[in-house]
Ligand binder design. Sequence first.
Ligand code: FAD
Ligand code: FES
Length: 280
Amino acid sequence: MVMQLTAKQSIHLPRTAELIRVEKLSDREKVFEFKFDDGKELGQKPGQFVEVSIFGVGEAPISVTSSPTHKGSFELAVRATGGVTNKLHTLEKGAKAGIRGPFGNGFPIDTLKGKDILFVAGGIGLFPLRSLINYVMDKRSDFGEVNTLFGCRSPQERLFIGQLAEWDKSKDMCFLETVDRVPDDEWKGNVGVITTLFPKISFDPKKTYAIVVGPPIMYRFVIAECLKKGLADDHIIMSLERRMKCGVGKCGHCQINGLYCCQEGPVFTYAQVKSLKEAV
Ligand SMILES: Cc1cc2nc3c(=O)[nH]c(=O)nc-3n(C[C@H](O)[C@H](O)[C@H](O)COP(=O)(O)OP(=O)(O)OC[C@H]3O[C@@H](n4cnc5c(N)ncnc54)[C@H](O)[C@@H]3O)c2cc1C
Ligand code: FES
C-alpha cells in the first residue's frame, strides 16, 4: 500500500537530492550544489537553512548559500567540523544526500525593500549572508544603497574569492574587506578586525538596516559600532546559530531563554534578543 504523507509528516522525512557540483573554497570549506531527484525547487527564502542527511551518518543544519533567484538547484557551503560535515566533504558529483526543509524564518525581505543595507559578514557568516547579498544584487532596483563588509582571519581563509572580486568591481555596492592578520606579505588590502572598516563607510542610520552574521565574538563589537553610528536596535538584524537537531521546534536543543531558534529564528533583530543573556 502506498502511504500518503501529510504536510506535517513530511517535515520529518528527507527528500533525496543529487550532488551536481563540488567546489573547494579553502582547506576546510567546500560548496556543494544539489538538485532534487523530483525536479522541484527548494523554495527557500534567503537566511533559511536545511537539515542535510548523510545516509548512515546523521543530519546537520546547514544554511542555504544560494539565492532563490538561482533556479533548478541550490548550494550549501560547508566547513568540515564533525561527523556529517566531514563525510559530506568526501562526496563526489553524482552522490545522493537527504534534505529536509527549508526551515527557519529567513531574512525579512519585505522590511528591507526600498531601504539602504549594510551587510557585515565575519568568516563563514558569509555562507548564510551570501544568499541575501546575491538576492539583493539580482533585484538591485528594489533596494537602496548597499555597503558590504567582509572580514576573516587570514588571506588563506577568504571564501568565494571570485565573487569577492566581482563585488569589489561592482558599481552596485561599496565592498570592503579585511583580514585579522597577514602571515605573508602577498596581501595588499586592509589588516585589522572588521570594526576597523566602519570609519571607511558612511550611511544614513534612519534609512539603513545592518545585517550581521559571524562568530559570536564579532556580534558584541559590531553591534556597538552600529549603535555608535546611530542605528536603532530594530535596524540591526543578525542570524544566530545554536545547536539544532530536529529543526522544527520538537526537540528543544536550540532554545535561547525559551525562544526556539530553529523556528522563531535563526534571524532576529537586536531589539528582540538584547535582553536575552545567552543570545549574543
Ligand atoms: C541554522 C544553522 C545553520 C548553519 N549553517 C551552516 C553552514 O551554512 N555551513 C556550515 O559549515 N555549518 C553550518 N552550521 C553549523 C553546523 O550545523 C555544525 O557545524 C554541525 O555541528 C555540523 O555537524 P557535524 O555532524 O559535521 O559535526 P558534529 O559532529 O556535530 O561536531 C561539530 C563540532 O561541534 C562539537 N560538538 C559536537 N557536539 C557538541 C556538543 N553537544 N556541545 C559542544 N560541542 C559539540 C564537535 O566536537 C565538533 O567540534 C549551521 C548551524 C545552524 C544551527
Ligand atoms: S532544533 Fe529541535 S526544537 Fe529547535
